[in-house]
Design a protein around this ligand. Structure first.
Ligand SMILES: [Zn+2]
Length: 173
């Protein structure tokens, strides 16, 4: 599955439920597709998980993590839900944690796809272009980054990565 296909899937999903606007309401999206979100007392290294049970699909998210990380985790798990229907359980570890490498045991390809899905879902290209158009072109990249990450409720790192992936890094220079 290519990133272009993943991007199309994320946009279709947002449009289907009238959620194609910034900031993307990922909690509502999860509800709409029948997933229950549970904020849980998880180990700091664990970002979240997806459990697929008949008619009772659950996304667990670490209640101690900051809002932007929770939103990314929920989006990542929605990615697994939509893209990897054959896998009943995913447990996701925070990237900065030592647990990540040791215990994830995950399939790198599937994790990468879920991350791509999450970035596309939270930061759709068209919405980013709309927001960029509202900003002063002369604004420094750092300030644009700040403004966009606030608008989309994502971390500056995630927005920076997304802008670079979209080739918008030099926007305004
Ligand atoms: Zn994952």
């Amino acid at each position: 599955m290519t990133s272009t296909m993943i991007e199309s899937k994320s946009i279709e999903l947002l449009n289907e439920f009238g959620l194609f606007k910034a900031p993307v309401n990922v909690v509502k999206l999860a509800e709409k597709i029948g997933i229950t979100i549970e904020e849980q007392d998880l180990d700091d290294g664990v970002s979240g998980f997806l459990v697929r049970k008949d008619g009772a699909d659950i996304i667990g998210v670490n209640k101690y993590h900051p809002e932007v990380r929770k939103r990314f985790t929920i989006s990542h798990e929605i990615g697994h839900f939509k893209l990897h229907v054959e896998v009943p359980l995913f447990v996701d570890y925070y990237k900065g944690s030592k647990l990540n490498r040791k215990n994830a045991g995950g399939n790198y390809r599937l994790e990468k796809q879920a991350n791509t899905f999450a970035a596309c879902l939270l930061m759709p290209k068209r919405l980013i272009l709309d927001e960029l158009a509202k900003l002063d072109e002369e604004l420094e990249y750092e300030l644009k980054l700040y403004s966009l990450s606030k608008k989309f409720i994502v971390s500056k790192e995630a927005m920076d990565y997304r802008l670079k992936a979209l080739g918008l890094y030099d926007y305004g220079f």
